[in-house]
Design a protein around this ligand. Structure first.
Ligand code: SF4
Length: 289
């Protein structure tokens, strides 16, 4: 019998962009986190900062989803409206993106798409401790950059129609799925036109909106914000690193296909274990060594 893929073991149906980027920091930590998710006060503060920034331009569909399919609809509606407003607002926030790598379903949520010099730039915000402690800028910069590279690749695939509405519809099986009656009633009561009601129609519009966006910038932007003050500590623009991404993905995907186990950090990087909540508990690779 062949090896079981990590997705099956972890009972996941898709891989998030964050997961793939986190493999670069410590793959074993990423796997343990997926098995035993947790949150910390710092993570909660980070989420609050994101929520505050999002409020500035986000066009929320003010309805509570009843089913998973309602939720999926809500994301497409919000994506579509955000993207359609970029020309007026100059940017949009929290854009759900979808794609495929090695046949695996990949999804992610881009913090910001910003119109810069007539092009669309992918922006990622990282909230960190602003007092210069070890949680500061640069600590996870390689995985932060990789996250941006993967977002750029997925968005480019959607934009260039290498990953199309049809790919998405097949992968998620949306075409025969219906919105719950209450949710659909809510959507209609908001005056949403017929052509936007239903998962298929809404996603088709959303994929078209991505394809029709201005051309993507070759640069991506990484911003570090103080999680207490919300001030920008630093921001850096860098080139989308297609070659670096292509070099990284084959080995990263071997973990997901079950060709190899999750790797701990190398000896050279074992200082990372000091801030890992699994250190000496679920992971003892570098414990007392
Ligand atoms: S203790 Fe170290 S090697 Fe183990 S999961 Fe954490 S960071 Fe990775």
């Amino acid at each position: 019998m062949g090896r079981v893929s990590a997705l099956e073991r972890l009972r996941k149906t898709s891989i998030s962009v964050k997961d793939i980027a986190s493999q670069l920091w410590c793959e074993k930590q990423m796997e343990l986190y997926l098995m035993q998710p947790y949150s910390t006060p710092a993570m909660a503060k980070g989420a609050a900062v994101h929520a505050t920034i999002q409020e500035q331009v986000f066009v929320e569909l003010p309805l509570e989803p009843v089913t998973w399919w309602d939720r999926l609809y809500k994301w497409a509606y919000e994506n579509y409206n955000g993207i359609m407003n970029i020309g007026r607002e100059g940017y949009c926030r929290e854009v759900h993106i979808y794609g495929s790598i090695n046949g695996y379903r990949i999804s992610g949520q881009v913090d910001e798409l910003r119109l810069s010099d007539g092009r669309i730039m992918v922006v990622e915000d990282k909230t960190i401790n602003g007092n210069g402690s070890r949680n500061g800028v640069g600590r996870r910069i390689d995985s932060d950059k990789m996250q941006l590279n993967i977002y750029h690749k997925l968005l480019e695939d959607m934009k260039m129609r290498r990953y199309t509405y049809e790919n998405f519809a097949r992968s998620y099986g949306i075409e025969d799925k219906k919105l719950s009656a209450d949710f659909e009633k809510g959507v209609r009561s908001l005056g949403v036109r017929d052509e936007f009601v239903g998962l298929g129609p809404m996603y088709r519009k959303m994929f078209d909106a991505v394809a029709q966006m201005p051309v993507l910038s070759d640069a991506v932007r990484l911003k570090y914000l103080d999680r207490d003050t919300k001030n920008v500590i630093t921001e850096m623009d860098m080139q989308y690193d297609r070659k670096g991404l292509e070099a990284y993905l084959p080995d990263a995907m071997k973990y997901w296909s079950g060709n190899r186990d999750a790797r701990p950090v190398s000896e050279e990087n074992k200082s990372r274990c000091m801030s890992c909540r699994f250190f000496g508990k679920q992971c003892t690779v570098w414990w007392n060594r």
